[in-house]
Design a protein around this ligand. Structure first.
Ligand code: G6P
Length: 368
């Protein structure tokens, strides 16, 4: 096992560091020199797409968080309304699905019982069913009409990292492909997004070279009872994933909320020293996030902000700022989640938990 860990103490850290490669391997085979997206196992034609008037993205856990970003990408690039649901809820709420619905199941393992059952239900109601999965030949991949395989490689740690970032890549490619087929995205924007996607492996690499600040923060902050993650737009979705990572492996109670919702409840829990992780990567929401940071700091919170390089104003508002390399706003989740993974990892290490096999959790939940 030590050999398999390649010198890392835990698989989770190894998998965090494998992300630049995993992103590249998921992306490169699908984009040719002329920036055409080639999705071999997705047979959805332009005509099929014209019929689709709704997309439903269903998943569990981390994969669900990738689905939230997927919703944003599909609505933005392909201009189709998208609903997201956790699989355990979807299957019991009698959702409206018909033959004009595209159902997308996201599942690292391709074996999660709830996700599989949701997929079967959508299929029975006539939906076109697509799977985004990391395991070739998994049950979910076999039952879907279309499949997108993430090429993250085997993920051993229970807490998902590289599967999540490659699921994001999958969702961006699917959304861009739909957008260009439908004509809802300009060629220029399409090329910009693709070129930025291609630059992500190198940017992720750069980000990972600099983990010292995060490690120091984790060493100081590992004794918290409660941690809050706040963000707006896709930053909120990433905050949810960061919060899940922390609670899964460190057993610290953590909650993620849309920053605008703070005032409707959660701010009552902020007191002297409460840790708040604030994501502020979205240009059009930056000022609003700075106000939210000030709001919680005025009540005593210690704020770690995540911002894009160059957005230094965050330093005036937060206690500490972690910078991610600059990219277009649509793609920041692929980068901003990385410091959150690293933070959760080092907090867990400081607390002495079994990082790769957290208590009560399983890598793949194949029973309901
Ligand atoms: C379990 C794992 C999570 C994972 C979720 C969904 O709870 O511990 O890390 O996100 O299942 O798994 P899937 O294989 O469907 O992505």
């Amino acid at each position: 096992e030590a050999a398999e860990k390649g010198g890392y103490e835990y698989f989770m850290l190894k998998e965090i560091y494998e992300q630049p490669k995993a992103i590249k391997e998921t992306l490169s085979p699908r984009v040719d020199k002329e920036n055409h997206i080639v999705l071999d196992d997705i047979k959805l034609t332009k005509e099929d797409l014209e019929k689709i008037n709704k997309v439903m993205i269903v998943a569990c856990g981390t994969a669900y968080h990738a689905g939230l970003v997927g919703r944003y990408a599909i609505e933005k690039f392909a201009k189709i309304p998208v609903e997201t649901d956790v699989a355990s809820e979807f299957r019991y709420r009698d959702p409206f699905v018909d033959e004009n619905t595209l159902f997308i199941a996201i599942s690292q393992s391709g074996e999660t019982a709830d996700t599989l059952a949701a997929l079967r239900e959508a299929k029975a109601k006539g939906a076109r069913v697509m799977a985004v999965t990391n395991v070739v030949g998994s049950r979910i991949s076999r039952e879907a009409d279309d499949v997108f395989y993430t090429w993250a490689g085997p993920e051993i740690a229970v807490a998902s990292t590289k599967a999540y970032t490659t699921q994001l890549i999958a969702m961006y490619l699917i959304a861009l492909n739909m957008g260009i087929k439908k004509g809802t995205i300009s060629k220029e924007k399409y090329n910009t997004v693709l070129n930025e996607l291609k630059a992500l492996p190198q940017k992720a690499e750069k980000l990972l070279e600099n983990k010292q600040l995060i490690q120091e923060l984790a060493d100081k902050q590992f004794n918290n009872q409660n941690v809050f993650y706040i963000g707006r737009g896709i930053d909120d979705h990433v905050g949810r994933e960061g919060s899940l990572k922390l609670k899964e492996i460190s057993y610290i109670h953590s909650e993620a909320i849309a920053a605008g919702e703070l005032k409707h409840g959660t701010i009552a829990l902020i007191e002297e020293g409460t840790l708040v992780v604030a994501l502020a990567t979205q240009d059009h929401l930056y000022d609003k996030m700075l106000s939210n940071i000030q709001e919680v700091r005025a009540r005593g919170a210690y704020v770690i902000a995540v911002a894009k390089e160059g957005n230094e104003e965050a330093e005036k508002a937060a206690d500490v700022v972690i910078y991610i390399p600059d990219t277009i706003d649509e793609l920041t989740p692929v980068l901003s989640v990385i410091p959150l993974q690293v933070f959760a990892y080092y907090v867990a290490v400081a607390r002495g938990t079994d990082v790769d096999k957290p208590k009560n959790l399983a890598k793949s939940v194949t029973v309901e």
